[in-house]
Design a binder for this molecule. Structure first.
Ligand code: CP
Length: 304
């Protein structure tokens, strides 16, 4: 039985295969509409979500399966003090596969010790969000036609942004990737990402605070939200929250074929005036999230 806790649980070959399956689902959805008939997905969300939970649910419905679960811990026996491990073991009696989001880092690792069905980490605190990374990879692959030989700018909260850490990790596996890491000093990428992923693998990168100066070289611009929920004090959040706001004038020197991604939700970091720019890919990214989750469900349920 295979779980997905961290993007490192997947080989590059497995990621490439899922991207290919997602592409086939996009082209031929009718081939897949009964693949999970009589299968059930449980969504256990202990933390708020719009895209991840609903795209998992839409994915399972489009595969012909069914969905059960909860969208807030207070409506389950978690409110009575039940452990994550007991909840996951119980839900395994009702569902064939589980997608779980939890605010505590490491909760999915504790949960799989007693899991009887495949478990997908749908985000654990500031730690991992592997299905967002798969979504990002599918989006880049569809927008650019490749996953190698490009300059990827990551901008905003690079310290707490779990999607950024996983994306750096995943993109570093492909040839010719250069990163431009754009963040205020307080929100630079953690040392372990710099040392254990970038430097260890000899990946080219620069760290800067300058978004506009970096713009001309970027093939991908991945904007992120400064996450209020990860800050220990409100004063720091208020000081840093509007560090970068992408507006149309800041794109004047950008490449014609730049792709702008954002895991969403956004607050202020991308002006709505950018939404109509054809380079704004973040709502297409939302849709790709459903297709890659369909491919992932098929893989973990071993449906051919
Ligand atoms: N990108 C993402 O994880 O969005 P949600 O928090 O809405 O699921």
């Amino acid at each position: 039985m295979k779980h997905l806790i961290d993007i490192n649980d997947l080989s590059t070959q497995e990621i490439d295969e899922m991207i290919a399956v997602a592409g086939d689902i996009i082209e031929h959805p009718e081939k897949y509409c009964e693949k999970c008939k009589n299968k059930k997905l449980a969504t256990l969300f202990y933390e708020p979500s719009t895209r991840t939970r609903l795209s998992f649910e839409a994915a399972m419905y489009e595969l012909g399966g069914n969905v059960l679960g909860f969208s807030e811990a207070t409506s389950s026996s978690v409110a009575k003090g039940e452990s994550v491990s007991d909840t996951v073991r119980t839900v395994g009696a009702y569902a064939d596969i589980i997608a779980m989001r939890h605010p505590k880092e490491g909760a999915p690792v504790a949960a799989i010790r007693r899991a009887t069905v495949p478990l997908i980490n749908a985000g654990d605190g500031g730690h991992n969000h592997p299905t967002q990374t798969l979504t990002d990879l599918l989006t880049i692959s569809r927008e650019k036609g490749r996953l190698d030989n490009m300059t990827v700018g990551l901008c905003g909260d690079l310290k707490f942004g779990r999607t950024v850490h996983s994306l750096i990790n995943a993109m570093s596996r492909y040839e010719g990737i250069k990163f431009v890491l754009i963040a205020p000093d307080e929100l630079r990428i953690p040392d372990y990402v710099r040392e254990e992923v970038l430097e260890k693998n000899g990946i080219e990168y620069v760290e800067t605070t300058d978004l506009e100066g970096s713009m001309p070289q970027l093939d991908i611009l991945y904007m992120t939200r400064v996450q209020r929920e990860r800050f220990f004090n409100e004063e720091d959040y208020m000081r840093l929250k509007d560090s970068y706001i992408l507006t149309p004038d800041k794109l004047e020197n950008a490449k014609e074929d730049l792709s702008i991604l954002h895991p969403l939700p956004r607050v202020n970091e991308i002006s709505v005036a950018v939404d109509d720019d054809p380079r704004a890919a973040y709502f297409r990214q939302v849709e790709y999230g459903k297709y890659i989750r369909m491919a992932l469900i098929l893989k973990l349920l071993e449906v051919k």
